[in-house]
Ligand binder design. Structure first.
Ligand SMILES: [Fe+2]
Length: 476
């Protein structure tokens, strides 16, 4: 029997050529019922603008960030707005792309202060210390109004960082301590370094530590436990000299050198000291899932790929054409000796990404997006929402959207207050009509399908990372 997966190739050119308009609207139509206790706002950041003045970007990471908000309250409202970055303001005034981006270079393009690509602020959105922040691959977070999504400034943490400080998109805000922890890489060819930051709940900088690296590793994410920060160092290196002096893009200045192997770099969360760098299986980890401690063990869960993912983010019409094999993996480390006790993969081979956990059960199951056509050489996109785990429970709980629809954006898992259940919020789209829906599912019964499907009148771009805030009353 010929399956849909064998036949269907998503029309991604259209998805990424569309000039996405800003939205502020009620949901047009509701199928099913939004669970009564599900109240709050789902925010997701997405690269959204891929063409200007006849120029076209090539890479998914290039597009200007657009943050979308779904607010579930007495009414259901959707808002989307571009982040007003320095890059976007200048390019709107000019009517053309001005700055070189992660995957697109052109004659006369500019770098930020001549030394870095200008951030399109398109990767993540999160709340910290009373502010809603949006971040790009590197660079200062932008402050957004939580209701209108208007950009109101940049976050410097009381002048602790500036626009050229290495500062990643995957800062972790800890609801238990109120802290924010992050890292950044300075890609100097002579002295590559990792910067570690820990901020107090009042936004003041508590710790900035700098650790030398043996090579300029490209690192996107990290994991944080009660006492440790863990960075996966895969052998994917940025030759910054090519970026600065040969006019190349970031993607073309990156090189995968598997012979160099991979390590987990464990830092003290308290002061950023490097505690250990045990070797692990050679692989590339774009996203960590989490880290947690139990007795004398540190558990580090991540999505481990055979090679980097960024090459499969281009060209936009053939996204994920050659996506490498990847699956969720757990490493267990002995915190007395820092030896790796074991590596435990979960056999979910659908090129998973965008992992999420339940804030009420952070050591439990993991939700992620998967591609049914993983392993086939053709353009593809996420068409599965799955729940997997390392416990003994057999099988994978999976949602498969209707024919011709895909899923996008990191799902958000929202506890239902019972102590056991949760909902998942995610987004579904039709690649040909660009029709767009938010979907709400029982987090522990995905295969049953959405409990509610909220239809939008205007399309939204495929998203990257999300957060769900039960209330925004504490934001200003
Ligand atoms: Fe990410």
């Amino acid at each position: 029997m010929v399956t849909r997966e064998a036949l269907h190739t998503p029309a991604l050119g259209r998805v990424f050529e569309t000039p996405y308009a800003e939205i502020s609207a009620e949901v047009a139509e509701l199928e099913g019922e939004v669970p009564r206790g599900l109240r709050g706002t789902y925010y997701v950041n997405a690269p959204a603008c891929f063409a200007r003045g006849g120029q076209h970007y090539r890479h998914w990471l290039d597009g200007d960030g657009m943050v979308c908000a779904l607010t579930l309250g007495s009414t259901i409202h959707v808002t989307s707005r571009y982040v007003r970055t320095h890059k976007r303001v200048i390019e709107e005034q000019t009517g053309a792309f001005v700055f070189r981006t992660f995957g697109t270079a052109f004659p006369g393009d500019r770098l930020q202060r001549g030394i870095a690509t200008a951030s399109p602020t398109n990767v993540s959105v999160y709340a910290f210390a009373g502010r809603l922040l949006a971040s790009g691959e590197q660079g200062l977070p932008h402050i957004l109004d939580p209701a209108t999504l208007e950009t109101t400034g940049v976050e410097t943490f009381n002048d602790a960082i500036n626009e050229i400080t290495p500062f990643s998109a995957h800062a972790k805000s800890d609801s238990r301590t109120g802290e924010l922890v992050n890292f950044g890489i300075s890609y100097s060819s002579r002295a590559p370094r990792l910067h570690y930051f820990r901020f107090e709940s009042n936004r003041s900088l508590a710790v900035r530590a700098i650790a030398p690296l043996d090579a300029p590793y490209s690192v996107h994410d990290f994991a944080l436990s009660d006492r440790y920060a863990v960075i996966h160092l895969g052998p994917y290196f940025l030759d910054v000299e090519r970026l600065l002096h040969a006019g190349t893009t970031t993607i073309d200045a990156l090189e995968w050198m598997p012979e160099m192997g991979s390590r987990l770099m464990v830092l003290s969360r308290d002061d950023g000291r490097v505690l250990a760098k045990p070797q692990v299986r050679c692989g590339y980890a774009l996203h960590a899932i989490r880290a947690f401690e139990q007795d004398d063990r540190l558990f580090v869960d991540l999505i481990e790929y055979e090679s980097p993912l960024y090459p499969s983010y281009q060209p936009l019409s053939r996204l994920y054409d050659n996506v490498p094999a990847g699956l969720p993996v757990r490493y267990v480390l002995d915190t007395r000796t820092w030896e790796v006790e074991g590596r435990y993969p979960v056999p979910y081979h659908s090129a998973p990404d965008f992992p999420a956990t339940n804030p009420a059960d952070v050591k439990g199951d993991v939700w992620l997006l998967g591609m049914s056509a993983a392993g086939e050489h053709k353009p593809k996109f996420f068409d599965r929402l799955a729940r997997v785990g390392w416990d003994d429970a057999p099988g994978v709980d999976e949602y498969e959207p209707p024919d011709g629809r895909y899923l996008s954006g990191e799902p958000a898992v929202v506890p239902d207050g019972s102590g056991e259940g949760a909902w998942v919020v995610c987004r579904e789209f039709d690649d040909e009509t660009l029709a767009s829906w938010f979907i709400i599912l029982d987090a522990y019964n995905l295969s049953q399908g959405p409990k509610a499907r909220l239809s939008l009148e205007q399309p939204l771009p495929p998203g990257f990372h999300s957060c769900f805030l039960p209330t925004t009353d504490n934001l200003r």
